[in-house]
Design a binder for this molecule. Structure first.
Ligand code: NAP
Ligand code: MG
Length: 499
């Protein structure tokens, strides 16, 4: 091992003061119950840090802080340029602390530090900067009125209020940025509950927000468990909106919990995205795109191209190359810069993925490579080999259900007509990829796919200006871009009688 995780753990000041506290109303506080929980380093299976465990009582206090900070106007009534300055500063501080944040993220989640340094951290900074730019451009419209008389009719875009943000563990800092960027830009205040598996980078982000002089109570971070802290946030009568990213199963619970006060709800849920390679594609790019499409972040990506459709005439060749690349992938702890694939986030996630691999075998799919937990030096961590199944039928569970791990299910297709219905035949509609040099075909397929994002001759790209979200059970609403203003504001129409 080139760099040991122990060395990195010991070098981080952030980990020296434990248990890590909750961030409420600009103060670092213990949980009301005094209980703590442990976050694990998935590369070693050993404890990484102790964190105070927030539950309904702490959520109640945090919501009250956020409510006051919203209602007294300390954030929403600041001049937009001032709010923009603070959000920009958060982006700058993320960038200034990029290496430390990358180490924290890599230790807590397991992901390769190089991925953190090129994607998670810079994208999080970019999201804050993009939304800093949006703050001064959120405005209403003037509306022509046909009613007799003289009128002036205009709309205002106003913040919704207190936002409860509940996020998953796969891109912990970036998911926090996805919620905080647009919610804060629009003038809302926030209570953020990070995932229990990865609470650390959200707490470091709260320190950064404090340093950027975000007013007290505008951002509160309460780590804890979904069934307690998360559920309390989703059902709290003083929370006006929930921004949720996670599984379909929990997304449905959020909707049910929100009915008490008919909260606004935005959902970014799972996927089983098709990645489609036509025989006329640039094969080298298509193969590496398909590989990255599934194995990035150990396959724990909502938009992972987990269903690979390959046109018959190049099917064997594509699978041969993918299999070879999987064999040559270097597994290791995320903090080691030589690592290409890290561990899965938790024992539970590893068990889930290994169960799906057994299901794939039982269903009769052809295992090309992988299929096992890694051994040797890595035996204590939650490492699963990159796994490829070929000749997967559409009715198999591994072709329909989100595995959320390094498992690719490949199938051949004949032509465009044969493809679309199959590609659209899951409950999900988050993303899709198309690889071809035929520009007309690429656009025809992009139009026909039921997906919130379609990548043509590329995969897994995200930009803060792009709308992000899903068709069907992949979610409600679009985050990022100017589209996110829709989900973080209320529209008010004002009539003025000019006579
Ligand atoms: P999850 O189990 O649904 O958890 C997501 C969050 O919800 C966590 O913070 C969790 O808390 C919390 N939670 C659990 N039960 C809750 C409840 N009853 N009430 C309120 N909150 C509750 O998802 P995950 O396993 O962390 O993440 C994987 C899923 O996220 C996948 O399906 C993936 O596709 C999806 N995802 C989607 C996107 C997107 O943009 N569409 C992006 C990333 C991930 P605890 O973890 O503390 O229990
Ligand atoms: Mg962890």
């Amino acid at each position: 091992m080139a760099i040991s995780t122990k060395e990195v753990e010991e070098s981080l000041d952030f980990l020296k003061h434990q248990p890590k506290k909750l961030f409420i109303n600009n103060k670092w506080v213990e949980s009301q119950s005094g209980k703590v929980f442990t976050t694990i380093n998935p590369a070693t299976g050993k404890p990484l840090a102790q964190v105070y465990e927030g539950d309904a009582a702490d959520i109640g206090i945090a919501v009250k802080a956020a409510r006051t900070a919203f209602d007294d106007g300390r954030w929403k009534d600041l001049p937009p340029a001032e709010r923009a300055r603070i959000l920009w500063k958060i982006g700058d501080l993320i960038e200034e602390n990029a290496y430390e944040l990358a180490q924290i993220e890599s230790l807590d989640n397991g992901k390769p530090i190089n991925e953190c340094l090129v994607a998670d951290i810079p994208l999080s900074a970019a999201i804050f900067r993009y939304f800093a730019g949006i703050v001064t451009k959120i405005h209403g419209e003037t509306i022509p009125v046909s009613f007799p008389g003289r009128w002036f009719n205009y709309t205002l875009r106003q913040p919704i209020g207190v936002v409860g943000a509940i996020i998953p563990w796969n891109f912990p800092l970036m998911m926090a940025a996805f919620k905080l960027g647009p919610a804060l830009a629009c003038g809302n205040t926030v209570v953020l509950k990070p995932a229990e598996q990865t609470p650390l980078s959200a707490l470091r982000l709260a320190e950064i927000a404090q340093e950027a002089e975000l007013p007290a109570g505008v951002l509160n971070v309460v780590p804890g468990f979904g069934e307690t802290a998360g559920a309390a946030l989703a059902s709290h009568p003083f929370v006006d909106k929930i921004g949720f990213t996670g599984s379909v199963e929990v997304g449905k619970k959020i909707v049910q919990a929100s009915t008490g006060n008919l909260k606004r709800v935005a959902l970014e849920l799972g996927g089983k995205s098709p990645n489609i390679i036509f025989a006329d594609a640039d094969m080298q790019r298509a193969v590496s795109g398909a590989f990255m499409g599934i194995f990035l972040n150990q396959g724990q990506v909502c938009s992972a191209g987990s269903r690979l459709f390959v046109q018959e005439s190049c099917y064997d060749l594509v699978l041969e190359h993918l299999t070879e690349e999987a064999r040559n992938t270097r597994l290791g702890p995320g903090v080691d810069p030589l690592t290409q694939m890290g561990p899965l986030v938790s024992q539970e996630q590893m068990d889930r993925v290994l169960t799906y691999i057994s299901i794939g075998r039982e269903e009769g799919a052809k295992l090309m490579v992988g299929g096992r937990r890694a051994g040797g030096d890595l035996k204590d961590g939650y490492f699963v080999e990159p796994t490829i199944f070929a000749d997967v039928r559409h009715d198999m569970r591994i072709f329909q259900e989100e595995i959320f791990g390094p498992v690719l299910a490949a199938t051949p297709f004949k032509d465009e007509d044969d493809l679309i219905e199959k590609a659209n035949s899951t409950i999900y509609g988050l993303a899709a990829g198309v690889w071809t040099k035929d520009i007309a075909k690429a656009h025809r397929v992009a139009h026909a796919l039921k997906a919130g994002t379609v990548w043509i001759n590329c995969y897994n790209l995200i930009d803060p200006a792009q709308p992000w979200g899903g068709f069907k059970q992949s979610g409600w609403g679009r985050e990022l871009g100017t589209y996110s203003i829709e989900i973080y504001t209320e529209v008010k129409d004002v009539w003025v009688n000019l006579d």
